[in-house]
Design a protein around this ligand. Structure first.
Ligand code: GLA
Length: 372
């Protein structure tokens, strides 16, 4: 059953009536450019076919009632003018979106919401940003009067992570979920939010493979990485690592950890620029080289990979050969692997993964595709 159908069904069961509408927001996979968004750099993410659906109905009575199909229980009732609970659970995300939209412009009347998603959690595919954007879309579809641009929605969803979930995330996930296009990567400048859409050649495949290593309690490691990057930029006398001249990174003022972090960020921004050009030129071999380099940099310089993921990435790269490549994607420390290959090679590569026990069971969630 689709996420939309599940959301609709959960809505009727909980609220005893059909919803007024159902909205959807995808998850995202980042092709290249990780841990550079909060350094004002360039990223190249893409929307997924998997995501979050929210069924909604406007009520005359004020107040919100929300339930999540995957977490059975009575609806969570809240007032959008009240502060949301802290944490990264779905209550905080949904309430947080309603509260921040309310700050923009109070919502007249009330809203019932039922949520259903099919993104694996803790896998680096942005299930929480997807939930936030889907909730925001439902509130806007119900007639919320504030600025409803995708950019505004993305910035509000990022604030929810910062203020209520305690994750000092960048803007990549929210922007591509709110403003990405199916079948295209978004080359996003995280400093200005300017972006262009880079269509993937129709005969390429983008696979998202679950490593099976579930990330847990990584907010601390993520926030530490961000602090290390910011400290490096400060010591270099720059607003952010984006401002480093790639040919002249001078690490003498940095400690050894900061030097590794800065090298990752500076080289990753260049790789992202080159990867967008390689996709536009349909040059899958160059893209494959860049993806392998990006994985090594996440592993050795940013130290945000995981030994089991490294093992799987090496196997997948061997199966793909020179026409494409694979790397860890997203925040890291486990989670998902992204692989780009020629569509014609997909059956052979999938067979090799099955033999190696990668992408366990090949269920819809274990191996999925970027938004076709
Ligand atoms: C997480 C964050 C993003 C980004 C990535 C790493 O997904 O939410 O803002 O920093 O990690 O690229």
């Amino acid at each position: 059953m689709t996420a939309e159908a599940r959301a609709g069904q959960a809505f009727e069961t909980a609220f005893g009536a059909a919803p007024d509408g159902i909205v959807f927001a995808p998850g995202r996979v980042n092709l290249i450019g990780d841990h550079v968004d909060y350094n004002d750099g360039l990223v190249l993410p893409m929307p997924l076919a998997l995501g979050t659906a929210v069924a909604w109905r406007r009520t005359a009575q004020p107040g919100f009632a929300a339930l999540a199909a995957d977490y059975p229980g009575t609806p969570y009732r809240f007032d959008s003018a009240a502060a949301p609970p802290a944490g990264d659970g779905w209550h905080s995300m949904v309430h947080g979106m309603a509260a921040l939209l309310h700050e923009d412009s109070p919502f007249e009347g009330g809203l019932e919401l039922a949520i259903a998603g099919n993104l694996p959690r803790g896998s680096g595919l942005s299930s929480s940003a997807s939930l936030c954007i889907a909730t925001g879309r439902a509130i806007m579809a119900a007639g919320h009067a504030a600025d409803t641009s995708p950019r505004r929605l993305a910035l509000i969803a990022q604030q929810v992570e910062h203020r209520f979930a305690g994750v000092a995330c960048g803007i990549m996930d929210q922007m591509v979920i709110a403003a990405g296009r199916p079948g295209a990567a978004m080359l996003l400048d995280c400093r200005t939010l300017e972006h262009s859409h880079v269509a993937l050649p129709a005969d390429w495949s983008v696979l998202v493979i679950q490593s099976g290593v579930v990330r847990e309690l990584v907010e601390g490691a993520y926030n530490t990485r961000r602090a290390q990057c910011e400290s490096a930029a400060r010591k270099l006398g720059l607003a952010s690592l984006r401002d480093v001249d790639p040919s002249g990174l001078d690490v003498t003022r940095l400690d050894s950890v900061e030097a590794r972090r800065a090298r990752h960020v500076v080289t990753e921004i260049e790789r992202t620029r080159q990867a967008a050009a390689a996709i536009a030129a349909q040059d899958i071999a160059t893209l494959g080289v860049l993806m392998r380099e990006a994985h090594a940099s996440m592993r050795d310089l940013f130290e945000a990979s995981h030994p089991e993921v490294d093992r799987q990435v090496a196997l997948i790269n061997a199966a793909i050969g020179p026409a494409g490549g694979a790397r860890i994607t997203g925040g890291g420390f486990g989670g998902a692997i992204v692989a780009i290959l020629e569509a014609a090679a997909e059956p052979d590569v999938l067979a090799a993964l099955r033999r190696a026990g990668i992408g366990a069971g090949e269920s819809a969630e274990a191996v999925s595709r970027a938004c076709p």
